[in-house]
Write a protein that binds this ligand. Sequence first.
Ligand code: OMP
Length: 239
Amino acid sequence: MFPTTAGPRVIVALDYPDAAAALALVSRLDPSQCRLKVGFELFVSAGPGLVERLQTLGFEVFLDLKFHDIPNTVAGACRAAARLGVWMVNVHASGGRPMMETAREALEAATTSAPRPLLIAVTVLTSMDDADLAGCGINRPVTDQVRYLATLTHEAGLDGVVCSAHEAGEFRAALGEQFLRVTPGIRPATADLGDQKRVMTPFQALTLGATHLVMGRPVTQARDPGAVLTAINSEISAA
Ligand SMILES: O=C(O)c1cc(=O)[nH]c(=O)n1[C@@H]1O[C@H](COP(=O)(O)O)[C@@H](O)[C@H]1O
């Protein structure tokens, strides 16, 4: 079945060391206001049981494990993610087109009766600049490499990319409205930037072409996370 793209635009990053800390925050959130992202730290600590628990609580989960391996191994990981019933999963686009195609086919084959997880790809991590790419033997600017890998992801038939909100408009125009643009580095106007350098407000990001907003600390470290989400959803409803 075709995956679900409707629903809350905000994906709260559960960057916590264990299940107890994550669940303490989640108990203050409402599934109608956000989805949840489980990454390496929490998954390694708390495992698939926590993902199931979050889903039982009514939340859709983005399993952010950035698979990058030979096609057969990535396909197996995608099948496991499909069995877990997550809403979204991701791979590294630099794993190549055959790897991405095999991952998509594995998800499609694994989910004939339920909506299949959305499959997106990471292009170049926002922590990398031109010098870091050159250090990996890639002698082109980050913006060119991001554009190249986003196009490759589209050709492989994936549902979208993780990208900066600054690139979202270009990809909407070049790769189509349906191709998802999931953007981290989002900060409400009054929020602390933390270690994010190229930031945008939720309204700016959606107006420029983001489809989903990944937000960690502005929600997780707020005194009233629910009120922050209510304010963000109200702000972006006009975008
Ligand atoms: O894959 C990601 O989600 C991701 C990719 C990227 O290039 N940059 C980035 O910040 N992220 C994630 O987005 C979230 C941002 O969290 P905050 O900076 O606290 O809002 C974290 O979970 C990061 O791991």
